[in-house]
Design a protein around this ligand. Structure first.
Ligand code: ZN
Ligand code: CU
Length: 479
């Protein structure tokens, strides 16, 4: 047989949470054609894996890459981690369907300024992704806050029946064009005033077509369990799977409660489809939120529109320099972005290790001084947490970023190394793989990620992007 690509002597970690095995893998026409001992086989391109790990390309289930996949389609922060698919539109904010009448409300500004929102319909966004041909595959959620911004003149209230009907129609149209589901960001001021009933009515559109509900909970602080219950209730009402975004115990007063959160998730899982994603760091990042300003833990500023010179600096130092209280300094910096060192490492590890958690970076690509998760989340799980700390075996780490993610998000024929599946693959050195990006120098490519194939096209070779781009828009199953 003559194939496009032959990868010999690889330790196949196939994404299904089974330990690895040695084999050769042959690719043609974008797909995995054969797995086994392929001694006599021929190929245009042959690679000796020499025992390194071949895994399914990683699926970043939690991203804010909506506009960057179009503006910077080479997608280096993700490709360099071995990521081959990104899911955009999380936390209630999406690039489409959006028609802005003024500047994007917080936190939609995480996706760019007003000029970035040029997709009044979901199908416009899908066409723009196809035209840009990003280096990674893209699947998309529709943001609740995005819908609200289209139809509410004032975001500080719940929607009227007429407004809900209008949002539903846009959601239905988006789902028909391939959106995966609906995301909310109920903690943010732009969505906090939405009553459960508003979300529940929107979510009714999901159940009928097998779409899912993901949520940045109404609170990740003291009332986090109540917020989880609200999410489960919405999922039950809509008969839709629920994914809790970046599950965490936020704020010093909340530390140590991860066993309660996980018990609640397990209890819900007995009667409905629930799961969560998380990123492997004890610090969060978003826009600078006055409600989260505290001196109980460190806060650094990543960007500020009125004070761009403060990017990378501690809020405490800025307040001292300005001789004003923290809250006043925060107000003067807004609109701004921040990193909050507000989690406990033991909670992070417990959530990471739970069988219902998937890896999502939550990286913020527009940020000039981004949280290092943008460049480091996946190799950090493989290197730091699996290999160095032994939190779980390597095949479990891979499962949490491939097979589990594809199954939960309904990405067909991806996420596992199987004959007939799409050839989204990453070849990495399990001894060398590690995240290099850190809080001081956050925009650095990982080490040990050697080769990446997207739809069978080698797009990262010998630890470098080679300019190939073969990503596609991935519509929801059955769309
Ligand atoms: Zn979020
Ligand atoms: Cu997010």
């Amino acid at each position: 047989m003559h194939y496009d690509t032959l990868i010999r002597n690889a330790l196949i970690i196939d994404g299904s949470n089974r330990p690895g095995y040695l084999a050769d893998v042959a690719l043609s026409e974008g797909r995995i054609q054969r797995i086994g001992e392929l001694q006599g086989a021929q190929a245009k391109e042959q690679i000796d894996a020499a025992g390194r790990v071949l895994a399914p390309g990683f699926i970043d289930v939690h991203t804010h890459d909506d506009t960057v996949v179009i503006r910077q389609p080479q997608m280096l922060p993700k490709l360099s981690q071995g990521v081959t698919t990104v899911i955009v539109g999380n936390c209630g904010i999406s690039a489409s369907p959006v028609s802005l009448r003024s500047d994007p409300p917080d936190p939609m500004n995480l996706l760019g300024a007003r000029g970035a929102f040029v997709y009044p319909r979901f199908s416009d966004y899908r066409a723009a992704v196809d035209a840009a041909v990003p280096a990674v595959n893209v699947a998309a959620l529709v943001g609740h806050t995005a819908l609200r911004s289209n139809h509410l003149d004032d975001l500080q209230r719940t929607a009227s029946l007429a407004e809900i009907a209008a949002m539903r129609e846009q959601l239905r149209d988006s789902l028909a064009s391939g959106a995966l589901g609906l995301s909310t960001g109920l903690a943010y001021a732009s969505a906090f005033c939405a009553e459960t009933d508003e979300v529940q009515q929107l979510a009714e559109e999901l159940g009928t077509c097998g779409a899912l509900y993901t949520t940045h909970l109404r609170s990740e602080f003291a009332p986090v369990l109540e917020a989880m219950d609200e999410a489960f209730q919405i999922g039950r009402h809509a008969r839709a799977p629920v994914i809790i975004s970046h599950l965490k115990c936020a704020g010093a007063g909340n530390w140590g409660r991860s066993p309660q959160l996980l018990a609640s998730l397990e209890r819900a899982a007995l009667s409905q489809s629930v799961a969560c994603d998380c990123y492997p760091y004890a610090a969060s990042s978003s826009t600078l939120d006055l409600k989260q300003v505290t001196d109980a833990h460190r806060i650094t500023i990543t960007w500020s529109t009125p004070h761009p010179e403060m990017g990378g600096r501690d809020l405490l130092d800025i307040a001292a320099e300005w001789a004003c209280p923290l809250l006043d300094a925060a107000r003067r910096l807004q609109p701004a972005g921040a990193v909050y060192y507000g989690m406990d490492e033991a909670d992070v590890q417990r959530i990471l290790a739970h069988p219902l958690s998937m890896i999502g970076s939550d990286g913020l690509p527009e940020d000039p001084f981004p949280h290092p998760r943008l460049w480091g989340a996946f190799p950090r799980v493989l290197g730091h947490f699996s290999r160095d700390l032994g939190l779980f075996p390597l095949h479990t780490a891979v499962h949490k970023m491939t097979g589990l993610s594809a199954a939960r998000f309904g990405l067909e024929q991806r996420g596992e190394i199987r004959e007939g599946h799409w050839a989204d693959l990453v070849l990495f050195d399990p001894a060398r793989v590690r995240d290099v990006a850190d809080f001081k120098d956050p925009q650095r490519a990982a080490e040990g990620i050697d080769e990446v194939w997207v739809n069978g096209v080698r797009s990262y070779a010998a630890g470098q992007a080679n300019g190939q781009r073969a990503g596609r828009f991935l519509p929801r199953k059955g769309c």
